[in-house]
Design a protein around this ligand. Structure first.
Ligand code: NAD
Length: 322
């Protein structure tokens, strides 16, 4: 059985490919290396069950023999990318997902689509069940991603209806961990990078916005469980440990200071809030527990420590991060 992972050279892609190879699967990564890297897949290169095809999912995908499952992860996921490349992101969400579903149609493969908590927009309720339909601005700096991912879900429904493609939809909430790109603009690597370099940590807004951070290995185990379950409607995959962005920044800066033997963590600098950035974000993960028997396992302190260790090991010279 062959499994395609689009976006397999990215952050979550790395962890997912590792998990699949450990389970003895044959894995074909399709990735253009746009926001991912060769480094993220270097350790798999000598595995005979691994292959990387350099391609852009916006173009029709190469055929793959014995294809049974496709994890479709290819898409930039950082707010910095939303500003840099909104049209390409929309194309990736629509054309890329359509190309994946076309290949799945031909090969009768099952597809898991990486959707996101962003489909809920800036929610008006505090805990988000899958039944919540969201509060999304269709005309703003995040809309390429938020609406792009809503389109991805609509494509899944439509291909199931018209072509009988088996689809699974994971609404992923903030994940963090090793193999995140240091400069990709997301909170945890931003905080680690700044703290390692002795620079103030930048927070957009007053720091009171909340997020729930899940460790990467928990997340990909959730994706694996969902792909192999019978449940075919959207499922939240995330942690329900809610904390403010200030709390997470303080935690990260303390850990970096401890590991570098510094007495005081770096300062926090508050910048204007980003437009349409959600003020609260907490998933209801009851459904994932019920239908997948899944819940996150790695405690935040352990995950943060492992992530900081990885960044310190990878970027021996902290200045190289900035
Ligand atoms: P990432 O940027 O690290 O990985 C994305 C990968 O997709 C990269 O390797 C990139 O090169 C590849 N890619 C992007 N566009 C492509 C294209 N047009 N053709 C081929 N390859 C392309 O991001 P990630 O955090 O690993 O996210 C993976 C998926 O999970 C994304 O679809 C993202 O929307 C979703 N997601 C992630 C999070 C999170 O917290 N990490 C949260 C919600 C949803």
């Amino acid at each position: 059985m062959t499994i395609v992972v689009t976006g397999g050279a990215g952050f979550l892609g790395h962890h997912l490919v590792k998990l699949l190879l450990e389970k003895g699967k044959s894995v074909v990564v399709m990735d253009s290396l746009w926001t991912g890297s060769q480094e993220n897949i270097a350790e798999f290169a000598s595995n005979p069950n691994f292959r990387h095809i350099l391609c852009d999912v916006r173009e029709p995908l190469p055929d793959v023999e014995d294809l049974e499952q496709i994890y479709h992860l290819a898409c930039p996921a950082s707010p910095d990318d939303f500003e840099r490349a909104p049209i390409e992101i929309l194309e990736t969400c629509f054309l890329g997902t359509r190309n994946v579903l076309e290949l799945a149609t031909v090969r009768r493969a099952r597809v898991l689509l990486a959707s996101t908590s962003e489909v809920y927009g800036d929610p008006e309720i505090s805990v988000l069940p899958e039944s919540y339909r969201g509060n999304v601005n269709s005309f703003g700096p995040r809309s390429c991603y938020d609406e792009g991912k809503r389109t991805l879900e609509a494509l899944a429904f439509s291909y199931r209806l018209k072509n009988n493609v088996e689809t699974r939809i994971a609404r992923i909430f903030n994940a963090y961990g090793p193999y995140m790109a240091a400069k990709d603009g997301r909170a945890v690597p931003n905080f680690i990078g700044a703290a390692m370099d002795g620079q103030p940590v930048k927070i957009y807004g007053d720091g009171s916005a909340t997020r729930c951070f899940q460790y990467a290995t928990d997340c990909v185990e959730g994706l694996y469980a969902l792909m192999n379950s019978d449940y075919d409607k959207p499922v939240n995959i995330g942690s329900d440990l809610e904390m403010t962005v200030s709390d997470i920044a303080n935690k990260v800066t303390r850990v970096v200071a401890e590991k570098l033997g510094q007495k005081t963590p770096v300062a926090v600098q508050y910048l204007p809030k980003r437009v349409d950035d959600p003020t609260r974000r907490k998933p209801d993960i009851t459904l994932a527990g019920e239908v997948l028997g899944w819940s996150p396992k790695v405690p935040l302190d352990v995950g943060i420590a492992q992530t900081v260790d990885w960044f310190l090991e990878k970027h021996g010279n902290p200045k190289s991060l900035m």
